[in-house]
Design a protein around this ligand. Structure first.
Ligand code: PMP
Length: 363
């Protein structure tokens, strides 16, 4: 019985490995450093209790406030169920299944491939080169039939920015052929690097944003797509009729008020201070081989025996994100910057673990 139901499913869905979100991976922790969330809850209260009516598709106040925050016009902003929905809407609006393709550069965020596969659109990858920058000649060779190029900057999970001059070259080589989607989920941690100022020059540039990271609202599920009005109008054709619930729109508007943005900026300062201490402390741990620089609220590090490190901390309730399977990231774990106490507990646990020379001595 169950196998015949399985046979009814689309072939690409049968083959699909779903995105392994931090929540799906589980764990029994009290120090959650695996999903790049803000570590503390920000208090909000619902101001609206009327739930008998459908919400607006694009709540006016949320759109206007985000446009003001991003320095854009309201018709350049689309709000959706997280940036993840933006990733998918773009494929649905621009890619013909079985014909067009999307392209991205691993190691990077996992939802670009999962969304493409779910919809039945080919995805192509061009591995990042030294220091996780774009391999532009290899991208140029593989652009045939590509409609969307996802560039995550700062990149998850490596934490680095993609060089703006390389993104400019990518925009030049894709003009008239494909959209370049800059995923700026973590941009609040390095706001000067945003590409919003380039939208006027490049009609095929799209930017993804979210309230899940610096705004401390991962549980709200609210994200934004920023682009020229023509792109936004096309996305509006394929978006669900009511993508945000009334409570989500209510809280998003509060988070984007002047006071909400000021609180977010204060949180960013605290995260950046904790990140610098965490990086300095990690460099003192014997089991850490390399700590990569970060422009975000997480730090990627290479460990001498990463699986043992991951398991030891997991058993102590400290949950990190294993990046071993990503191209070029063997031995790497990603650590979200938590509260000062959470970072200190992580360092204490790591300090008890041996380095490479110690483990050879023991062997
Ligand atoms: N892009 C990147 C690079 C991310 O790390 C994430 C969150 N993990 C998202 C997009 C999705 O964000 P949201 O929670 O808004 O769906």
């Amino acid at each position: 019985m169950s196998s015949s139901i399985e046979e009814l499913a689309r072939a690409n869905v049968r083959k699909l490995t779903p995105y392994q979100s931090a929540r799906r991976l589980g764990g029994n922790g009290d120090v959650w450093l695996n999903a790049n969330e803000y570590p503390l809850a920000v208090p909000f209260e619902l101001s609206q209790n009327t739930l008998n009516r459908y919400p607006e598709c694009q709540p006016k106040q949320v759109i206007e406030r985000y446009a003001a925050y991003a320095g854009l016009q309201p018709d350049q902003v689309l709000v959706s169920r997280g940036a993840d929905e933006g990733i998918e809407l773009l494929i649905r609006a621009f890619c013909e299944p079985g014909k067009d393709a999307v392209l991205f550069c691993p190691p990077t965020y996992g939802m670009y491939s999962v969304s493409a596969e779910t919809i039945g659109v080919e995805y192509r990858t061009v591995d990042a080169q030294e220091e996780w920058q774009l391999n532009l000649p290899a991208i140029a060779e593989r652009l045939d039939g590509v409609k969307l190029v996802y560039v995550c900057s700062p990149n998850n999970p490596t934490g680095n920015l993609i060089k703006p001059e390389d993104i400019r070259q990518l925009l030049e080589m894709t003009r008239g052929k494909a959209l370049v989607v800059a995923d700026e989920a973590y941009i609040e941690f390095c706001p000067a690097a945003t590409l919003t100022g380039w939208l006027q020059e490049y009609p095929h540039l799209v930017i993804l944003r979210t309230l899940s990271k610096a705004f401390a609202l991962a549980g709200l599920r609210c994200g934004f797509t920023l682009a020229n009005a023509e792109v936004i109008a096309l996305l509006m054709k394929v978006i669900a009729p009511y993508p945000l619930s009334t409570p989500v729109a209510d809280i998003a508007a509060q988070a984007l008020s002047e006071q909400g943005v000021a609180i977010m900026k204060q949180h960013v300062k605290e995260v950046l201070a904790n990140r610098e201490k965490l990086i300095a402390d990690l460099r003192e741990c014997d089991c850490v081989e390399k700590v990569f620089t970060s422009e975000t609220n997480y730090v990627l590090a290479r460990f001498t025996a990463s699986s043992a490190v991951f398991k030891t901390l997991w058993d102590q309730g400290i949950i990190l994100r294993d990046q071993n399977k990503q191209p070029g990231l063997s031995g790497c774990l990603r650590i979200t910057v938590g509260t000062r106490e959470e970072c200190d507990r992580t360092i204490e646990a790591l300090k008890t673990l041996p380095g490479a020379s110690d483990s050879r001595e023991q062997a």
